[in-house]
Design a protein around this ligand. Structure first.
Ligand SMILES: Cc1ncc(C[n+]2csc(CCOP(=O)(O)OP(=O)(O)O)c2C)c(N)n1
Ligand SMILES: [Mg+2]
Length: 663
């Protein structure tokens, strides 16, 4: 351990200089936070953090999360100085410019060493909780010799004001994630000015109340920072260190004020800061001695990593560990036999139940899954396959009782997926995807495999009424890039969707599942996963084809009923199950044109049926098509009465189709 100020001050000032110069050059960005936390970060990265800058993907590295993502120049400086291949100095000079990995906020998919995308305040901390959970779980599975690392977080006032941090710290305290350490950049400043303007909360007492160890230090005193870290590491509980810092430290006229938060300091103040810090190097130049100190900090972990590598080589579990960390499914993992069995034994069950049936098969054969629910286990049917609870006393469990923390659950799932080695899934009611939405968006942006098991997917849930009945949810989730939104129609499609979801290494899936029982629509063995096409023909027209009914989930069987009536009148009708619009859109032109031929509407009427908003369905029905759905809030009543009231019956739909055909 070396905390000699003669060594540490220039190391920290290198971060300050890079941060103010990059922001100045870009004429955009946030110098205050990196300059304020430079000392804490230098102590952590030079003496505590377990990493090897030559091996950013080393499985047993400590995870570092910059939850206060606006301070992105802090992590870019740390990565560059400690010797990661990226960002290069040129990339730092191109801070916030097109094509440079030094994006405005840190993006996990642009830079190794950025463990997660941060910027939406609070979510970094909540993802770190998930990372710490995955670490403990894999430790329980593979032992200290392969998995033994910590998760460190830098969070700002903003991260600790956001509601999600309440969910996250509650979960971390309850699960006693003692290898999680959060540094709070306690600088008493946010964008609007002093924190006095908006808060009088006792943050430390709040963390203590959830079972955390709480500590404080002078964030500019190396020895004091180290003392606080030592105590936190010994605490046996998740730890918060309140670091009293001065935002923009080193900028003599602006430090301590909100003026340094999110704007370039200006040429004059940058020059004054150089003077104040006694930093003579030109912009984007690092003195050799300082660079060397940083390089040796960045290679501190080299030997530890090679010892770890030897242990891995000698481990009987090497192949399994590597498979899990690579995110590959076990060789031969395949649900096709299970699916064939479902086809052979038709069952009328809710798709939430069908999901439970699939999970029983999956969890028994895929040790990677960690399931859970935000206190709706019995409704989401998420606990299956004999998996036991994940608790503070037994981290080997594979089922998380997240409590009523939908957003915290979703963010924790992201953290677990980003950590690697596990495939998280979690449930709540579909209507509460609104509570999860900001985390689902980060699943998609960060390209992670998380599976959202969202049940009670329409008015079909019945009596709980409009607060619980999704209307716009499925469609609004479909708008989000890089998410598979799937609404399966029966046991077969549900199992197919699960198989597809598990095979997505770089995108999340939302499964929209029913509360109510559904008849089986798939009764013939297809020899392939039909749902993987996104949409496919469940039934082809018998009579001369005049209509294509495009339905999803619970409305596929309704579409079949409508088709039967049309056929009885000599009107041929295809029924297409649109399981997943995203996957359908990815099919080639020929396949899409086969399912939805480009023919004039007079010749071939397209009708969409979905128990939700009709908004956007013209994408598939075309303007002249017919869109059956619900464009208002639902009501509280038994499901059957609601389907009738909202016109989602063959009696109501078939005449509308006839009108269109005759009109
Ligand atoms: C969810 C969310 N809301 C708002 C913002 C915009 N924002 C970025 S930083 C910030 C202030 C944060 O204050 P603090 O964490 O104390 O950062 P400091 O000013 O100390 O660097 C705000 C409101 C954001 N990034 N994320
Ligand atoms: Mg602040």
């Amino acid at each position: 351990m070396s905390l000699d100020p003669a060594r540490m001050i220039p190391m920290a000032n290198a971060i300050r200089a890079l941060s103010m110069d990059a922001v100045q050059k870009a004429q955009s960005g946030h110098p205050g936070m990196p300059m304020g936390m430079a000392d804490v970060a230098t102590v952590l990265w030079s003496n505590y953090l377990k990493y090897d800058s030559a091996a950013p993907h080393w499985a047993d590295r400590d995870r570092f999360v910059l939850s206060a993502g606006h301070g992105s120049m802090l992590i870019y400086s740390l990565l560059h100085l400690s010797g990661y291949a990226h960002p290069t100095m040129e990339e730092i000079e191109n801070f916030r410019q097109l094509g440079s990995p030094t994006a405005g906020h840190p993006e996990n998919f642009l830079l190794p060493g950025v463990e997660c995308t941060t910027g939406p305040l609070g979510q970094g901390l909540a993802m770190a909780v998930g990372m710490a959970m995955a670490e403990r779980h894999l430790n329980a599975e593979f032992g200290d010799e392969l998995v033994d690392h910590r998760t460190w977080v830098i969070a700002g006032d903003g991260c600790l004001m956001e509601g999600i941090n309440h969910e996250a710290i509650g979960l971390a305290g309850h699960l006693n994630l003692s290898r999680l350490v959060v540094f709070w950049d306690d600088n008493q400043i946010t964008i609007d000015g002093s924190t006095d303007l908006s808060t009088s909360e006792n943050v430390r007492a709040r963390f203590e109340a959830t079972g955390w160890f709480v500590n404080a230090c002078d964030g500019h005193d190396y020895a004091d920072i180290a003392r606080a870290i030592d105590e936190a590491m010994e605490a046996g509980r998740p730890a918060l260190i309140a670091c009293r810092t001065m935002i923009g430290r080193g900028a003599p006229n602006k430090q301590g004020t909100a003026a340094t938060h999110g704007a370039p300091l200006g040429a004059e103040e940058v020059a004054a800061a150089r003077e104040e810090l006694n930093w003579q190097a030109a912009p984007f130049e690092i003195p050799d001695q300082v660079r060397q100190e940083w390089r040796s900090a960045g290679s501190r972990g080299h030997e530890i990593r090679s010892e770890w590598g030897t242990r891995l080589d000698n481990s009987e579990r090497k192949a399994e560990f590597q498979r899990r960390m690579a995110g590959d499914l076990p060789e031969g993992f395949d649900l096709s036999e299970f699916i064939t069995g479902l086809i052979r034994e038709p069952a009328k069950v809710a798709t939430r139940k069908a999901s439970e049936m699939a999970l029983a098969e999956i969890n028994a054969n895929l040790p990677d899954t960690i399931g859970g629910s935000a206190d709706l286990t019995g409704s989401n049917n998420t606990k299956a396959g004999g998996i036991g609870p994940f608790t503070a006393d037994d981290y080997s469990g594979r089922y998380v009782y997240y409590g009523i923390r939908e957003f915290g659950m979703s963010a924790a799932m992201n953290g677990m997926a980003l950590h690697g080695g596990v495939i998280p899934y979690g449930g709540t009611f579909l209507v509460f995807t609104d509570y999860c939405r900001a985390a689902i968006r980060l699943s998609a942006l960060q390209q992670v495999r998380t599976v959202y098991v969202m049940t009670h997917d329409s008015i079909g849930l019945g009596e709980d009424g409009p607060t619980h009945q999704p209307i716009e949810h499925v469609q609004s989730l479909r708008m989000m890039p890089n998410v598979l939104v799937m609404r399966p129609a029966d046991t077969v499609e549900t199992a197919e969707c699960w198989e597809i979801a598990l095979r997505q290494k770089d995108r999340p899936t939302v499964l929209a599942l029913t509360r109510q029982g559904l008849p089986q629509v798939r009764t013939e063995v297809a020899g392939e996963n039909c749902s993987a096409r996104g949409a496919y023909r469940v039934k082809s027209a018998n009579a001369d084809r005049k209509v294509i009914l495009i339905a999803t989930g619970s409305e596929v069987s309704l579409a079949l009923e409508c088709a039967a009536r049309l056929e009885a009148d000599g009107i041929g009708a295809d029924v297409v199950s649109m399981v997943c619009t995203q996957l359908f859109d990815e099919q080639d032109d020929a396949y899409r044109a086969d399912i939805l031929p480009d023919v004039a509407p007079e010749q071939l009427l397209r009708v969409s049926i979905e128990a939700g908003t009709t908004f956007g369905w013209d994408r598939y029905t075309m303007t002249h098509g017919l869109r059956i759905g619900i464009d208002r809030f639902g009501a509280s009543a038994p499901a059957g009465d609601l389907f009738e009231k909202f016109g989602l019956t063959a009696d109501a739909i078939v005449p509308q189709i006839m009108n269109k055909l005759n009109g």
